[in-house]
Write a protein that binds this ligand. Structure first.
Ligand SMILES: NC(=O)c1ccc[n+]([C@@H]2O[C@H](COP(=O)([O-])OP(=O)(O)OC[C@H]3O[C@@H](n4cnc5c(N)ncnc54)[C@H](OP(=O)(O)O)[C@@H]3O)[C@@H](O)[C@H]2O)c1
Length: 178
């Protein structure tokens, strides 16, 4: 089925994890009403408990669909990828767990984003799945987490203010409390 005809816009895989719960809470609070999103993971009772918590953030979260998918069950990943336009994954370490979902998304023509900061994983996914993704139209976008986005945007912003005819080396620093 073409990606634009699918039943969901976004499936959040790994919704029960620490980062996944933050993303789910953000979606419950801020997603536009027309966005069709679902929470996905391997543990149904945990997903049901999470949905219950999300209703405290936004009562409409009671209608958020739950999808079961496990990294060790490639059929479940294929079904997950087939039902949505995009999968956002917070299931890591990605080198260990991430490959089968990227394969399923590349195969099904499903867009994919993750929060990996593991360069070896990104390289391997490009080697193994980029060609297939080009055939199906899937856009595979890694490194959408805090570890990557501020430095990427910072580098992009900085380059707007520097000469273009010299070679530039850049370092990024982050100061945080917590
Ligand atoms: N780049 C960045 O800025 C950034 C920021 C934060 C995190 N991360 C990375 O993101 C990943 C997640 O971090 P976290 O702290 O949220 O970890 P976490 O709390 O341990 O969450 C891991 C998630 O993966 C799920 N999972 C594990 N094995 C699975 C399987 N076989 N099938 C399906 N789901 C499975 C867990 O499900 P259950 O709940 O059922 O156990 C849980 O939802 C880590 O690799 C971390 O390094 C990166």
């Amino acid at each position: 089925m073409p990606a634009h005809d699918r039943e969901l816009d976004v499936a959040l895989f790994g919704a029960t994890g620490f980062t996944g719960q933050l993303v789910a809470g953000y979606l419950a609070e801020h997603a536009p009403p027309e966005l069709r999103w679902a929470i996905a993971g391997r543990d149904l009772p945990k997903l049901q408990a999470l949905r219950q918590i999300l209703t405290q953030v936004a009562p409409s979260a009671r209608d958020v669909p739950i999808m079961r998918a496990d990294v060790n069950d490639v059929g479940s990943l294929s079904e997950l990828a087939a039902r949505t336009r995009l999968v956002a994954s917070t299931v890591g370490p990605f080198t260990e767990y991430g490959g089968p979902l990227v394969a399923a998304c590349a195969d099904r023509g499903t867009d994919y984003v993750d929060i990996t900061g593991e360069p070896e994983f990104v390289d391997r996914m490009w080697l193994e799945h980029h060609q297939r993704a080009q055939q199906t139209g899937a856009r595979l976008v890694h490194c959408c987490g805090f570890e990557s986005v501020p430095s990427d945007l910072g580098a992009w912003w900085t380059l707007q203010h520097l000469p273009t005819d010299v070679s530039i080396e850049m370092r990024a620093y982050v100061q945080a409390q917590g």
